[in-house]
Design a binder for this molecule. Sequence first.
Ligand code: GLV
Ligand code: MN
Ligand code: MN
Length: 417
Amino acid sequence: MVAAPGENMRIDADRLWDSLMDMAKIGPGIAGGNNRQTLTDADAEGRRLFQSWCEAAGLTMGVDKMGTMFMTRPGTDPEALPVYVGSHLDTQPTGGKYDGVLGVLAALEVVRSMNDLGVKTKHPIVVTNWANEEGARFAPAMLASGVFAGIHTLEHAYSRKDPDGKSYGEELKRIGWLGDEDVGQRKMHAYFEYHIEQGPILEAENRQIGVVTHCQGLYWLEFTLTGREAHTGSTPMAMRVNAGLAMSRIMEMVQAVAMENQPGAVGGVGQVFFSPNSRNVLPGKVVFTVDIRTPDKAKLERMREKIQGEASKVCEQLGVGCDVEQVGHFDPVTFDPVLVGRVREAAEKLGLSHMDIISGAGHDACWAAKVAPATMIMCPCVGGLSHNEAEEISKEWAAAGADVLLHAVMETAQIVE
Ligand code: GLV
Ligand code: MN
Ligand code: MN
């Protein structure tokens, strides 16, 4: 039997790996990973390298007013909407080499492989680097895809500030990546995102591919507690208005609420700012962040209500002021069943072991799913470790997922003979 067009195709595993390693040289971390936070000079340099690779592969660049890069490989039908494939090149301050980067460079590798073999598709393919996925420097995460999907306004995004008080809008201009396209004007035929799992399931189950059916929902809450600055030595215990103590009780309570909601819920505090942060001053102000997630929408709402209610009680008892800002939120996401099926079929066809999985992390695919059929593919990562410079995957794992991406994208973009 003659193979169907493209059926025997594989991506070039060495080329994908080399590109990952070359990108990792930009914005190196301090422990083998990366610090290429969004809208830094390192981000600008990483973007330029990616642009040069894309242009060498014949792609044409568009950049929108959030700084998202869209690199287009034309299709044969001028009327056909593009298939978008991407993720993000920005990292955590102590990030790994693969979170996000794998998805962008695998999308580029898909196109490079199609070029090598002269494969043409009806639909264009747009390799995408979403700006500010991580939300580490400018909260919330998935900011540019959120504006694209109409969740945030451009003004809101531009006004987001980093811990030094610099705004997204200013920094985007400063690094030279403010584009001219209106955000969200593009229409997608479909959206695919390939990502490392960032959790331990695939490795433990010895599967090469995660077929991502859902993503859990989340709330990011930012608490500002107001106490009274006072001397830690001379202020009697009864006279203290201790915002730090309130923070620690709330932190314990968040843990308890997550534990009460097992299985399938997580919650924790990732960031705390004490003010004035001096060892012999009781903090007058504490700002800290709470991140809660679960795939169950009703449970997510109950957890948020309980945490806010209990935090008010803690603060009242201690005489501490309590303000809560909802900095990020999305409901649990169900990915497009047709595209999910296509990913599963591609894994089957390629003889790769796979299982259905729910994404524990947020991804640009979650907002893309609001405006187009979308789905994700995952590969394992060693020990489930991510948001850590020690994040690791193997070349074989990276390549297996990229092969699935190639086949799912070719099926969706429709090969033209
Ligand atoms: C984004 O990386 C997230 O926090 O899930
Ligand atoms: Mn990511
Ligand atoms: Mn991340």
